[in-house]
Design a protein around this ligand. Sequence first.
Ligand SMILES: Cc1cc2nc3c(=O)[nH]c(=O)nc-3n(C[C@H](O)[C@H](O)[C@H](O)COP(=O)(O)O)c2cc1C
Length: 224
Amino acid sequence: MSDRYTALQSLLDERYTCRAFRPDAVDRDTIESILRLAQRTPSWCNTQPWQLVVTADPAATDRFRKALLDHIEGTPAQTDIPFPTAYHGVYRDRRRECGGALYQAVGVQRGDHAGSLRQMLRNFELFDAPHVAILTTEADLGAYGAVDCGLYLTSFLLGAQSLGVATAPQAALATYSPFLHEYFEIPAHRQVVAGISFGYPDAGHASNSFRTTRAELDQVVTWA
Ligand SMILES: Cc1cc2nc3c(=O)[nH]c(=O)nc-3n(C[C@H](O)[C@H](O)[C@H](O)COP(=O)(O)O)c2cc1C
């Protein structure tokens, strides 16, 4: 394998969803380097439908975190883009496996509803990250605009990883899309895709102690 294949493979292998961050800020130059790199993402007709709101200052992240936590209490979920309606078969199995690995890592037993709620709420604490990016797409571009944003997300995650910055992509943040529109003045024609909490990892934290698996090729490829 070429050095370039190996370099990309290392980034893909090393990256994981970080669910506990240290408080130290990522400097503005580093954040901009991640964003510049992610700008190279391909998109249909080169529309580049992604836009982001980024909290560069940890104090701004803290204000948002607090406002979000205050907001979610008793507020029904509302997303701009419909969430999955069901997880059947292998999708249910894989979802269970990764959720189970997280709960096992943090010591939440099966049936411990308070414990699993507590872990779920960590999403809205942004896992203590010093920064968050809210990723939106253009409503008119429909599913393919969201696909382009998904590609962008991967570029962002890998770009961050290449600079030692850990990330947590979070569709959970889209659960309260109307609040995000209001708080960050995101216009109605933009749709919230996901948030990305980012910063330096709290490497010793239990929630960062497990890694997910991937299916074998024969489960995803049909050779014709
Ligand atoms: C679009 C997207 C949304 C996600 N939303 C959440 C989320 O809301 N909360 C969370 O803890 N993880 C979230 N994840 C992380 C996934 O659970 C994670 O990527 C998957 O289990 C594979 O694990 P890994 O990222 O550690 O390799 C999301 C990932 C993606 C790509």
